[in-house]
Design a binder for this molecule. Structure first.
Ligand code: PEP
Ligand code: MG
Length: 900
């Protein structure tokens, strides 16, 4: 006996359970669970994902599989009292795919396996001499089997069906009688033979084996591969195959089929939501051949089944302790459960349902916190379209980058730039975008494409820019040369206004009004969670409050104005983790900065700095007041100084034109010379950060003095200020020591006996700093990880260029699953952070550690920062609530209190 023969590849439903999804797939595991709960599930068995993996690896069924299928089939036949394909009283089975993760419609299903020229008669007899039903079932088998198993083009069957209806003079399948369908079976068999070179297989077991093989192979169908890539489902999981005794919802008015949710998956509202279709099979519901009725109608049609269904749904909810969705069939008044799973839901429903389940005592608050996430919360914070005017979407694509955007349609990047320059809002519409469209994407309010998924160029670039994008709206026919697109009978020309919702993927004609989300109103403090009857706001409040009690990480914000600081505080920020000082050198202060840069003598420079000092001091006074005693990390100036001067080309042209006109250009010439002198090929790796402070005498000193004086002023006024001075771009401890020595002198002089305490620390954003953190910690009172630069320098990626240039290709190739600028690269950049945190704390126990790069507000990164033991994350004001929520989730996940 080989090792393979001992592997168990087939499980009866009675042998599995809901936790065996890796082995039995989602559908198989849940069918087993329902069977064991004693619910009415048609008998059947599941062939494991392991069998599929073995088949895909070797191109043949693993040893032992055929025998195990045989044994389970015999058991199924015994349970049903019928034999597969028996000419007199046939057992028929469905063969359905079911992977670990739901991949709706991506893989194959074959129904009615076991029918042939003889058993079709037996089926008719079994169904009370219902010939029409039997021949219809047979033609469906040939059609599905032909298409799925033997790759016969599906249209050929469709055409034959249309032709049969045309001959009959009808549009409705139901008007075809038994004779017509019998004729259609003959035609289908000819189509089958023409394409496969063989007759339609009459042997039931051969049908079954071929159908199982086809389901295995459908794992590698092109659309399934694409779907997995988009949803980040690993490619090697394989699918399980469920072989289930057929039950029929199309045996007459006392039969039918339906789908239902135990709560509204859109809003989370309690109640039964579902659709029912009498005298039909599941595929008819999906195909939309006839209109369904609300599930409540079933109460009138078949009260016994309805009551039983409600009872089962309540049991499933109690059992899974979550919203479930189900599929069922009623065969002549007998209810059968065909599927259940914990149902997908919108972001709003996720919060509302989690809150309800706590109220119902089914889960605790930790579990509620575990069941929502920061991405959902972020979605709930985007402005929404106000859709209460009966506005209908004309198309639905993929919500590739969230937000709500309206604007005039344009079809080229150039036109987008032109119209945007005139102050118009535009939506760039393309079949798909490519790197040449970048300018247009920057100019547009939103991007709409008819092709491409969540990782297409358009989607990735738009997300990087925080711009609304709907991709892959394939109902839209884009005609760029004609400057128009068509959709569902509408023609939209250049200049016409459309609205796109990057969360739902919906596309609307005309301008849809926008409203701020209730959740943001709540965070802003304008909507009181205790008084509103908005279930979502109440649930968000409750779960956020719990997250705050659970989290260990503090959450600060990146803010450099009093207004930003105030908003962030309302959103829950507990300090400022990064106040960038460079914006304070722009606007009407440019002139002073130019004086500083162009200073010919020490005295000129000292004058310029002296003029900047009171302005800077006032900036800090406002921020310290706003933060009222919370810590404020002020970073000394970082960017290269020429960023404060006009661009070289523009200056050169201005000087040339002025010279031509004979004007006095002495000042401009000096400026031009300075810009030329300071020009760098790689400014991000050039004279910036601490290097600047060491090269320009008095620059950092002025900033340190402004910070200390502001803190003293606020304290003298009865307030509290907790400044933390942060030095950027440090790579060696000596750099920090030099800056610190000068800063400490100034601080001591300014602070005197005011009681103000000023900390001095450093950013860790250069790989060398991370690797020598033990030395640097000797001179630093805190570290803050600048993960933007650390990612840039860790990977050698220019942070300003690469996301639009080639990341879409890297994502397509799977080199990374998500941009490392968006979510921390745990293996590489994350390792630098780990080393720095460990070695920094070893050198200086209790060293305060934070992060202030963009990753501070990214859900997955927040979990990483929790794991490595940072004290706080700092992020833009809008992401503060997301960071609070995820910090809470990270805390309960590491304490292991979650139950799923
Ligand atoms: C960083 O590099 O992560 C950082 C916060 O600084 P900046 O983005 O200003 O370079
Ligand atoms: Mg930086």
């Amino acid at each position: 006996m080989t090792a393979h023969e001992t592997d168990k590849y087939v499980y009866d439903f009675a042998e599995g359970n809901k936790d065996l999804k890796d082995l039995l797939g989602g559908k198989g595991a849940n069918l087993a669970e329902m069977t064991n709960l004693g619910l009415p599930v048609p008998p059947g068995f599941t062939i494991t994902t392991g069998a599929c993996q073995a088949y895909l690896a070797t191109g043949r069924e693993p040893d032992g599989l055929a025998g195990q299928i045989e044994a389970h089939l015999e058991a199924l036949e015994r349970a049903m009292g019928r034999r597969l394909g028996d000419p007199h009283d046939p057992l028929l089975v469905s063969v359905r795919s079911g992977a670990r993760f739901s991949m709706p419609g991506m893989m194959e299903t074959v129904l009615n396996v076991g029918l042939n020229d003889r058993s079709v008669v037996g089926l008719s007899n079994q169904a009370g001499r219902n010939d029409r039903f039997a021949w219809d079932s047979y033609r469906r088998l040939i059609q599905m089997f032909g298409k799925t198993v033997c790759e016969v083009p599906g249209e050929e069957f469709e055409h034959a069906l249309d032709e049969a209806k045309r001959v009959k003079g009808t549009h409705d399948d139901l008007d075809l009688d038994a004779g017509d369908l019998r004729g259609l079976v003959e035609t289908y068999k000819k189509i089958f033979a023409k394409h496969t070179g063989r007759e339609f297989p009459q042997e039931p077991r051969e049908q079954l084996d071929l159908a199982i093989r086809a389901v295995f192979e459908s794992w590698n169908a092109e659309r399934a591969i694409l779907y997995r890539r988009q949803e980040r489902i690993p490619a090697d999981l394989g699918t399980a195959v469920n072989v289930v005794a057929m039950v029929f919802g199309n045996l007459g008015p006392d039969s039918g089929t339906g789908v239902a949710f135990t709560r509204d998956p859109g809003s989370g509202a309690q109640g039964i939501y579902g659709d029912y279709l009498a005298n039909a099979q599941g595929e008819d519901v999906v195909a939309g051949i006839r209109n369904t009725v609300p599930l409540q109608e079933l109460e009138r049609l078949d009260k016994t089944s309805y009551d039983q269904l409600l009872d089962i749904m309540a049991r499933l909810e109690g059992h899974y302790q979550d919203l479930c969705d189900i599929e069922f069939t009623i065969e002549r008044g007998k209810l059968w459960m065909l599927q259940t799973r914990v149902g997908k839901r919108t972001a709003a429903a996720a919060f509302v349902i989690a809150g309800q389940l706590v109220d119902e005592g089914l889960i605790d608050l930790d579990e509620a916190l575990h069941r929502v996430n920061g991405a959902q919360l972020a979605q709930l914070m985007f402005p929404r379209f106000q859709l209460d005017h009966g506005i209908e979407a004309v198309a639905t694509g993929i919500g590739a980058s969230p937000g709500a955007a309206s604007g005039a349609v344009v079809f080229t990047s150039a036109r987008a730039v032109e119209l945007a320059a005139e102050g118009k809002a535009v939506i760039l519409v393309r079949r798909e975008t490519n790197p040449d469209d970048l300018n247009g994407m920057i100019a547009a309010q939103g991007i709409l494409t008819s092709r491409g998924g969540k990782t297409s160029h358009a989607a990735v670039v738009a997300r990087g820019m925080g711009k609304t994008c709907v991709s892959g709206a394939d109902e839209i026919e884009v005609n760029v040369p004609a400057k128009r697109f068509t959709v569902g009978g509408h023609t939209v020309a250049e200049g016409d206004v459309v609205s796109i919702d990057g969360t739902t993927g919906k596309v609307y004609l005309g301008e849809v009004p926008v409203t701020p989300s209730e959740v943001v109103q709540y965070f802003e403090g304008t909507l009181d969670p205790e008084r509103t009857d908005d279930a979502l706001v109440r649930a968000v409040h409750r779960i956020m409050t719990h997250a705050d009690t659970r989290r260990r990480l503090a959450v600060r914000t990146n803010a450099d104005t009093g207004a930003d600081a105030a908003r962030a505080r309302r959103f829950g920020a507990e300090g400022i983790g990064l106040c960038r000082t460079e914006h304070m050198f722009l606007g009407d202060r440019r002139e002073l900065v130019e004086r500083l840069i162009l200073a010919a003598t020490d005295a000129d420079r000292t004058d310029a700095l002296a003029a900047l000092l009171p302005l800077q001091r006032q900036d800090f006074v406002e921020i310290f007041r706003e933060m009222a005693g919370l810590p404020v990390t002020v970073r000394l100036i970082d960017p290269p100084l020429h960023e404060f001067l006009p661009p070289l080309e523009q200056l050169a042209v201005n000087v040339a034109v002025a010279q031509e006109r004979g004007e006095d250009v002495a000042k401009e010439e000096a400026l031009l010379a300075a810009v030329r002198r300071m020009h760098e090929e790689n400014p991000m790796l050039g004279l910036r950060g601490v290097r600047l402070g060491l090269v320009i005498p008095g620059l950092f000193a002025m900033q340190v003095r402004a910070i200390a004086e502001a803190a003293v002023a606020v304290t003298r006024d009865g307030g509290t200020a907790c400044p933390e001075i942060m030095v950027p771009l440090v790579g060696a401890v000596q750099e920090l020591e030099t800056v610190r020595a000068e800063a400490e002198k100034i601080i001591a002089e300014v602070v005197g006996d005011s009681g103000v305490e000023v900390l001095i620390g450093t950013m860790i954003e250069v790989p060398r700093a991370a690797l020598t953190a033990g030395q640097i910690a000797e001179a630093a009172q805190f570290f803050s990880f600048g993960t933007n630069d650390l990612t840039q320098m860790g990977w050698g990626f220019s942070r300003d260029d690469v996301e639009g240039a080639f990341f879409w290709r890297y994502l397509e190739l799977g080199i990374f699953g998500i941009s490392p600028f968006e979510s921390i690269d745990r293996d590489g950049v994350g390792r630098l952070i780990r080393i720095a945190a460990e070695e920094g704390r070893a050198a200086r126990p209790g060293l305060k550690l934070g992060v202030c790069g963009e990753h501070g507000g990214d859900p997955d990164s927040v979990h990483f920062f929790h794991e490595v033991g940072l004290d706080y994350v700092s992020c833009s004001p809008f992401r503060v609530p997301v960071a609070r929520l995820e910090a809470g989730r990270a805390a309960i996940e590491t304490t292991g209190s979650d139950s799923r």
